[in-house]
Ligand binder design. Structure first.
Ligand SMILES: *[C@@H]1O[C@H](CO)[C@@H](O)[C@H](O)[C@H]1NC(C)=O
Length: 384
């Protein structure tokens, strides 16, 4: 056996070596983290960082020196902590810690934002001020205000109360990316998302709202309404009926759809061939009770095809016992024969009759018989 020209043992070797020396390939980072870092836009990462920083502000808002000796002392320490370098460090140490899936990007953003955060901190800021706007929009320049996009945060075109007809969003909305064109929701198309895509039909429209709905699953291309009667054309697996529209074709009506040891299952627009139960030689459904014919080694018992093996085991045992009886009888005859030819012949004849009778009985009852009994000239035994 070869895989694309590489002998199997080389293939197995190349697979097993990294397994044996597992430490060589163990990745230091979860690979899914690396893909996510590409997926998460800078603006999103900045938003995560700011959220996390705000939690840090809350966490440290009540001060660190609780339980001071005297109330006045505690108050004084609290005040000094509030704007201290120490509190900023406490916040920054905990930042992005609660973030699980995007912690790498969050930390990365925290690093980049550090100088702006320090600048903000040194201005004795109002903690309820909009840190997101300050850091992500004004300083880091990775985000834009709502319904603004691109490098210079240009306003998204159109009516901001009804962007893209309410059926899409402005590309780059709220970020420094995109070109402001409409990214339409599924089912909508057009510059302003004011048309239905192929496979959808207009199901509602008034002065400020339009809705597109999915055509019936049997439709190919467009439709006028949502039923199978409204299709412009039918998908493969469906047939057109002037009364009923697009109807599912029952492919299983064609008995040659599946191969001999399979049965056919129809589904909407399609069909599947499934393997028969192992006890069947051909079947019209799943399970040992759905056989048309039993497989070799199985026989019909009522509805089911049952393995013959248990029967075989029993009859094998029976056959062995039978043959041993024959041998015993023949040996007895052999001992008797030299002593008294007459008696020996009579016993020999009786033994022979018994064997022939037993084998005949077995044969007509369908048990395995001494098939080649005829090949042995047993009468030879009695000639001497
Ligand atoms: C805007 O961007 C989208 C996707 O990035 C692109 O398909 C489209 O052509 C662009 N439109 C203009 C006017 O640049």
């Amino acid at each position: 056996m070869e895989f694309g020209g590489i002998p199997v043992y080389i293939f197995l070797l190349s697979v097993s070596i990294p397994l044996v020396f597992g430490n060589l390939q163990a990745p230091a980072l979860n690979p899914s983290l690396l893909t996510q870092s590409k997926n998460l836009a800078d603006c999103q990462a900045c938003k995560l960082f700011v959220e996390s920083f705000k939690k840090g502000l809350e966490r440290t808002a009540r001060g660190k020196y609780e339980g001071g000796d005297a109330a006045w002392e505690e108050e004084k320490l609290k005040k000094s902590y509030k704007r201290s370098e120490m509190r900023l460090i406490d916040i920054q140490e905990g930042v992005c810690k609660e973030e699980k899936t995007h912690s790498v990007q969050c930390h990365h953003m925290a690093e980049k934002a550090e100088e702006f955060i320090e600048e903000w901190w040194s201005q004795d800021p109002d903690e309820s001020a909009d840190l997101y706007t300050y850091i992500c929009i004004d300083k880091m320049r990775v985000c834009c205000p709502v319904h603004h996009y691109g490098k210079d945060c240009a306003p998204c075109p159109g009516d901001h109360a009804n962007i893209c007809n309410g059926n899409g969003k402005c590309r780059g909305d709220g970020t420094r990316k995109g070109n402001g064109t409409c990214l339409c929701d599924p089912g909508y198309t057009g510059e302003n998302c004011d048309h239905c895509s192929t496979g959808y039909y207009l199901s509602y429209k008034d002065d400020n709202k339009m809705l597109c709905s999915l055509c019936h699953r049997s439709c190919l291309g467009g439709c006028r309404q949502g039923t199978q009667k409204d299709c412009v054309a039918c998908k493969t697996g469906y047939t057109f009926d002037t009364e009923e529209g697009c109807l599912d074709v029952n492919e299983c009506d064609d008995i040659n759809k599946c191969s001999k040891n399979q049965f056919c299952v129809n589904s909407l627009g399609s069909y599947a061939c499934m393997s028969c139960d192992k006890s069947c030689d051909s079947c019209h459904g799943d399970g040992p009770d759905m056989c048309r014919k039993c497989a070799k080694g199985y026989s019909k018992k009522g509805e089911f095809c049952i393995a013959d093996r248990e029967d075989e085991d029993q009859s094998e045992k029976l056959t062995t016992t039978r043959y041993m009886t024959y041998v015993g009888l023949l040996i007895a005859t052999g001992i008797l024969l030299p002593k008294s030819t007459t008696l020996g012949s009579i016993v020999g004849f009786m033994v022979l009759s018994y064997i022939v009778g037993a084998e005949y009985y077995c044969m007509i009852n369908g048990h395995e018989g001494l098939v080649n009994l005829k090949d042995y000239d047993l009468s030879q035994l009695f000639r001497t």
